[in-house]
Design a protein around this ligand. Structure first.
Ligand SMILES: Cc1ncc(COP(=O)(O)O)c(C=O)c1O
Length: 368
């Protein structure tokens, strides 16, 4: 299952260079023009369809897992432990990829209500996690990193992953631990490869700017590192979709750059972080957001998700209108990073059932 991997010459100086990968994603994904409603005059937008990396493996995370799971197999691990939200796209991708590769999957999922397993539904990404037979460990909301408070240390998800891994070790298993979103020096390679594919598709000549959604940061950082190392002159814009300030986001990028072996490079030099579009918080949306999502889906055939890709599009349109100078040119490439299964979490059903564009249902004439 593992295949030999030859890294591009321009990336050989990074701190970690993989020698194997496991093919998971359907590649190359297409780039097509996109008649995005609300685009100011004079701009052209195309879309890189990384939502087409696979059916159940849809999205940007499949690429990271090609390297992460190859590393797990190389280290003779028999199971994987990671974490995320209850509807995490990343965790779903891990569950699917692990099952395909033959690794046991353990997901620590944050639940907001009761930690009662019988209340966990079968919707959206969760349905797929369950169909993959993933072991789901419910955890109450917490940050990823643990933190010191006046009353003592509050463990984060990172600590909880360690605790779970220790339990697995105590019963003779050899777990492979994946950090939030698969964003580390191994997962980075998924997007080094994505960028290599994009160069083959001519993006450096055809576009000025690349826009993506950023969460744990790995996707944007991988693309920005590759853009920097190849000397391509795309400007990379990462729209924050979770509760992070711009400064915190740049700090995260700076740390990842150090880990990757690029200590002399600063986040601000390689990417433009766009703040102000997370709205009420991570995965919180308004009726207007869903209105926009419906306008886009019904007029262009592209389905965005309410948690990541829709907010990144809002950031793209918002900044093109209010701050066009932050873009290098007028030829924009938007990367669709997937997330469609999140839409099946039932939160938008009420709007879909009321909206004139999505509720065009009548009874059949032939029955009467
Ligand atoms: C659909 C989608 N887009 C974008 C992202 C952000 O990717 P990253 O965590 O690598 O920043 C995620 C992360 O989970 C995602 O699920």
């Amino acid at each position: 299952m593992q295949e030999h991997y030859t890294a591009p010459d321009w990336a050989l100086g990074l701190s970690y260079v993989p020698s194997t990968y496991i093919k998971l994603a359907q590649r190359p994904t297409p780039i097509t023009s996109w008649n995005l409603p609300g685009l100011p005059n004079g701009y052209q937008v195309s879309i890189k369809r990384d939502d087409m990396t696979g059916c159940t493996l849809t999205g940007n995370k499949a690429c990271k897992l090609e390297f992460l799971l190859a590393d797990a197999v190389k280290q003779n691990c028999d199971c994987v432990v990671t974490c995320g939200g209850l509807q995490s796209n990343f965790c779903r991708t891990v569950a699917v990829a692990c099952t395909q590769v033959g690794l046991e999957c353990h997901l620590l999922l944050r639940c907001h209500g009761d930690k009662d397993p019988s209340l966990v539904q079968c919707n959206g990404n969760l349905l797929l996690d369950r169909l993959m037979g993933a072991n789901i460990i419910l955890v109450t909301p917490t940050t990823y990193e643990g933190r010191q408070t006046e009353t003592g240390y509050v463990p984060g998800l990172k600590d909880k992953i360690e605790v779970h891994a220790a339990k697995l070790r105590s019963v003779g298993k050899n777990p492979y631990l994946i950090p939030l979103g698969g964003s580390n020096t191994v997962g980075l390679w998924g997007h080094i490869e994505t960028f290599r594919e994009m160069l083959d598709q001519g993006v450096a000549e055809q576009f000025d700017d690349l826009v993506i959604a950023t969460g744990s940061g790995g996707t944007g950082i991988g693309l920005a590192v590759a853009n920097y190392l190849t000397g391509s002159k795309l400007r990379i814009h990462a729209v924050i979709i979770k509760d992070l300030t711009t400064e915190q986001a740049y700090k995260l990028v700076d740390n990842e750059l150090i880990q990757a072996g690029l200590a002399g490079v600063k986040g601000k030099d390689v990417m433009d972080i766009i703040d102000g579009y997370v709205g009420g918080g991570y995965s919180v949306f308004t009726d207007q957001d869903i209105e926009q999502l419906i306008t886009i889906s019904t007029s262009t055939g592209i389905i965005l998700d309410h948690t990541y890709t829709m907010k990144a599009v809002k950031g793209l349109l918002g900044e093109l209108h209010s701050n066009p100078a932050r873009f290098k040119g007028k030829r924009i490439l938007y990367m669709h990073t997937g997330g469609v299964f999140g839409l099946y979490d039932q939160r938008i059903d009420g709007i879909i059932q009321q909206h004139p564009l999505t509720n065009k249902i009548t009874t059949s004439y032939t029955d009467t």
